[in-house]
Design a protein around this ligand. Structure first.
Ligand code: ADP
Length: 194
């Protein structure tokens, strides 16, 4: 199986590049942000709980997102591989993911991190806030955007070291043409163990 973690701060381009990777490598896309937003739209108990955190720009508790991903891994046992987008976002989530994949006889092939500076990120998120359909309230409030970037810096960045420690980390400069960045991601992905 080809299991990729696409990593980077909010607004780095994970969603855009995930879509292109899915088309090329026929992977199942697991985006915790998308999964949480659909729970919110359906007004489930999980969605209502998650919304309280998302409205504050904070991470949703580990147990909530880990449970959600565990269900998806189980229900896609025939997948050629997964692309994890927006997950894992804490070291505890990364450790739980390793365990889940091991139980299914597989592992993370590699992490690809998109590097984008904070000024460009803020610009992109504010633009997304003005144009996204359906609207994303968390992209429309500058205080929330800043809080998300600070959550990323304190809680999520250490996840890169977790994978670097396993020799599974690669980094790509995320500013430029979408196709050019995609080409560089593919160069990394094509060298990963399947
Ligand atoms: P972005 O990467 O632009 O912040 P996402 O759609 O990935 O957008 O996430 C939106 C929000 O959903 C986050 O700010 C956070 O509150 C919550 N969230 C998404 N994924 C996770 C996760 N793995 N762990 C905890 N919270 C998460």
């Amino acid at each position: 199986m080809l299991n990729i973690v696409l990593f980077g701060p909010p607004g780095a381009g994970k969603g855009t590049q995930s879509q292109k990777l899915i088309d090329k490598y026929h992977l199942v896309h697991l985006s915790t942000g998308d999964l949480l937003r659909s729970q919110i739209a359906e007004k489930t108990e999980l969605g209502l709980k998650a919304q309280e955190y998302m409205n504050k720009g904070e991470l949703v508790p580990d147990a909530v997102v880990i449970g959600m991903i565990a269900d998806k891994i189980k229900s896609n046992s025939n997948a050629k591989g997964f692309i994890f987008d927006g997950f894992p976002r804490t070291v505890a989530q990364a450790a739980a993911l390793d365990t889940m994949l091991k139980e299914n006889g597989t592992a993370i092939s590699g992490m690809v991190a998109l590097e984008v500076d904070e000024e460009e990120l803020t610009k992109r998120i504010i633009l997304r806030g003005q144009t996204a359909v359906p609207p994303r309230p968390d992209d429309q409030d500058e205080t929330l955007v800043r809080k998300r970037v600070s959550e990323y810096n304190t809680k999520t960045k250490p996840v890169a070291d977790f994978y670097a420690g396993q020799g599974k980390f690669a980094s790509i400069y995320g500013i430029g043409e979408i196709e050019e960045i995609f080409g560089q991601i593919c160069n990394v992905v094509d060298k990963l163990p399947k």
